[in-house]
Design a protein around this ligand. Sequence first.
Ligand SMILES: Cc1cc2nc3c(=O)[nH]c(=O)nc-3n(C[C@H](O)[C@H](O)[C@H](O)COP(=O)(O)O)c2cc1C
Length: 195
Amino acid sequence: MGDIINTIKERRSVRKYKNIDVPKEKIKRILEAANWAPSNANSQPWKFYVLKKEYLNKVSNVFYKWSKEYIPKADYIPENKKNDMIEYSKNFGGAQNLIVVTYQAYESDKHRTEESLMASCAAVQNICLAAKEEDLGTVWITGHVTHDPETRNILNLNNNEKIAAIIPVGYPAINPPAPPREDSNLVDKVKWMGF
Ligand SMILES: Cc1cc2nc3c(=O)[nH]c(=O)nc-3n(C[C@H](O)[C@H](O)[C@H](O)COP(=O)(O)O)c2cc1C
């Protein structure tokens, strides 16, 4: 068991993975950590879908189909990054598994839906940290692929089940540098009150 602060600081978003199978036992331990996340009234509004092989390929196809249309036209993405991003979308950087985290939405209760998403995000972070402790890389994927009806069809989600994250999982093939944190001394971001 690692030191939690080190694990938090050393976790990186990994976008390239080795072609090595991830033992199911490791994924189970990661999901157990996810299930220990806090939640509103302990409602545990999450579900976890663990995808491999043809299911992973199907979601990759959704991602790739969108990326190769969208990325070339996106002005805000630097030209020299576009090819790598499209390549990445073909198979989520060669991840062996995807963990999809969903949350329950309530049509008539915006606040409860918001809390449900918050709780599921806590579960997502637990997944990323627990994976780091298992020597596995992850990245929290959002955006179009998490909303595309085709993704929802592959997972057979009901109308009130939304996706908080798609998390590729695998042994890292790269060791990405830490993107710097702004205001690392927490001068501007923190307001100490009553001290
Ligand atoms: C809510 C959320 C959404 C994100 N969506 C994406 C995404 O769609 N694609 C991606 O490659 N990374 C995504 N990321 C990862 C961020 O780019 C990454 O966390 C950030 O650049 C900091 O890098 P680090 O995770 O290595 O510290 C997302 C992260 C969060 C928390």
